[in-house]
Write a protein that binds this ligand. Structure first.
Ligand code: HEC
Length: 119
């Protein structure tokens, strides 16, 4: 429904007074980038890695494009500065900094974006 577009409520930055998080171009990940199946079962690292590196699914990003996406995409950056909920509780952060995330991505890209072999 048009009235339920994410950007109806989510703006270009976190709205601290209301707790509504925001970033430029706020949206869900595309279905081709799903991380769980229809039964909510979390996909394996190998399955997610294959999707990430499949240019027919990842909006045609090559390895350099994946690295840039992790460096500059506002929605990726938002995850590291998610702000506070309306009740003042800080949203949880990833277990590493954005710089560490980009460095880990660079290591993976430099290695040729290998994926785990198992399922
Ligand atoms: C009708 C208004 C509205 C719409 C439409 C809406 N949201 Fe939200 N969303 C909110 C509000 C309000 C919060 C903050 C809730 C809180 O933290 O108390 C929120 C929080 C979130 C959060 C943070 C959740 C957390 O764990 O703190 C995410 C992620 C999110 N929305 C994604 C989306 C996406 C993606 C869409 C579109 C598919 C969307 N929202 C559509 C109102 C909306």
């Amino acid at each position: 429904m048009p009235g339920m577009n994410c950007a109806t409520c989510h703006q270009g930055a976190n709205a601290d007074s209301t707790g509504v998080p925001g970033a430029e171009n706020w949206h869900l990940a595309p279905l081709s980038m799903k991380w769980q199946d229809v039964n909510d079962k979390i996909l394996s690292s190998a399955e997610i890695c294959r999707s990430l590196t499949d240019r027919s699914k990842n909006q045609n990003l090559d390895a350099a494009g994946l690295l840039k996406h992790h460096q500059v995409e506002p929605l990726v950056q938002w995850a590291f500065q998610p702000g506070r909920s309306r009740d003042g509780t800080a949203r949880s952060l990833p277990p590493l900094t954005h710089d560490e995330f980009v460095a880990a991505t660079r290591t993976w890209v430099d290695a040729g974006t290998p994926c785990p072999q198992n399922p």
